[in-house]
Design a protein around this ligand. Structure first.
Ligand code: MRU
Length: 348
């Protein structure tokens, strides 16, 4: 495998429009959807056309470009005021992934410095493209830093999809796995199917298969038994938000894996760019957790799989305390046994 291979890139700007790979349809169909209105981009994020914290942030940045075009066309010199409503819709689209707010904030800080009497579209487009390129570059740096921590011939488990599809390209957790496989550090990957959206089976297994990286799929319920065999060396996951003390919000089920990993002596690695760190929050209790519709649990592909009317819990994320995490890998450095004090070192 070419270790610099970036794999698929789920977000593309082409011919003055945003194109998103529809991740709801994978792996059965590769369908690209075209967007030229910021409100449709907000709906695409909410409906999971694009998902994964860094990918959501990059998409929102391109959404701001579309908002600026629309605002200029509709409001002329008052375009900055006309940005408020579409940007609020983008910001509300998913509450947990902090990259969304980070990207909107970065784009807003830029356009506030721009003149009122000309269109900001081209300047903002360059910034969104820079956010996209920086994310891919960060993934490659994290890939190397993470792979360096892994002993040769290791077996790892990942949860959800923190791959090329969840980022600008290459991936965070899957970036480490891609790099680790290329370097002979990783020989086998186990992927949780990740109910209810099945990001593990639909997206992670597909991505790894494309790169010929050995992957075996299992239901999350099989993980304790798998760990008890002693086969696993690492659990490697991404993050949607990391607080100043090193607590990590990630796909529902991650906390359960972290407890199992601690019990079985398996190390837990969290891989995320610094755009995923929320320095405003002191601990994970403060992270807003997205609650998604009950039908995502009671139905699969429009097919009812539970008794009609039964209530269902559907939190999209949970919080893993820093004490259960062996290492957080960012592009600014690695934090072993994370704590507030150690986290601050990468802020400097
Ligand atoms: O609901 P999703 O699919 O957006 O959740 C994605 C995850 O939980 C990922 O692990 C996280 O965003 C990191 S992606 C590099």
């Amino acid at each position: 495998m070419d270790k610099n291979k970036t794999s698929i890139q789920p977000i593309n700007w082409q011919d003055d429009a945003l194109f998103l790979l529809d991740q709801r349809r994978l792996p059965a169909e590769l369908i690209w959807l075209e967007y030229d209105h910021p409100n449709d981009v907000a709906i695409a994020i909410k409906d999971m056309v694009v998902r994964g914290a860094p990918a959501i942030g990059i998409t929102a940045a391109f959404g701001v470009v579309l908002a600026a075009r629309q605002a200029w066309n509709v409001a002329g010199v008052n375009w900055k005021q006309a940005m408020t409503a579409p940007l609020a819709r983008l910001a509300e689209s998913r509450p947990t992934a902090v990259n969304l707010h980070w990207a909107i904030h970065r784009m807003t800080a830029l356009y506030e410095t721009l003149p009122d009497n000309e269109s900001a579209e081209q300047v903002l487009l360059k910034e969104a493209q820079a956010i996209h390129a920086e994310d891919i570059a960060a993934n490659h740096v994290m890939g190397k830093l993470g792979a360096d921590l892994i002993d040769p011939k290791s077996t790892v488990l990942t949860h959800c999809n923190a791959g090329a599809l969840a980022t600008g390209g290459f991936g965070t957790a899957l970036g480490v796995i891609r790099q680790g496989y290329a370097d002979g550090k990783i020989v086998q990957v186990y992927a949780d199917e990740t109910r209810p959206w099945l990001q593990g089976s639909r997206l992670t297994a597909w991505e790894l298969q494309q790169d010929n990286i050995p992957v075996t799929l299992q239901a999350e319920g099989a993980v304790a038994a798998l760990m008890a065999t002693g086969k696993l060396d690492w659990v490697i996951v991404g993050a949607d938000r990391i607080t100043a003390n090193g607590d990590v919000a990630n796909k529902i089920g991650t906390y359960m894996l972290a407890i199992l990993a601690k019990y079985h002596g398996v190390r837990m690695m969290v891989v995320a760019p610094t755009s995923t760190i929320d320095w405003q929050l002191n601990s994970g209790d403060e992270i807003p957790i997205e609650q998604r519709p009950e039908y995502e649990v009671t139905m699969i592909n429009g097919q009812q799989i539970a008794p009609e009317g039964v209530p269902a819990l559907n939190p999209a994320f949970d919080v893993t305390p820093a004490s259960l995490i062996a290492v957080i890998v960012t592009e600014a450095g690695v934090i072993l046994s994370p704590s507030t004090e150690k986290m601050l070192k990468i802020k400097e």
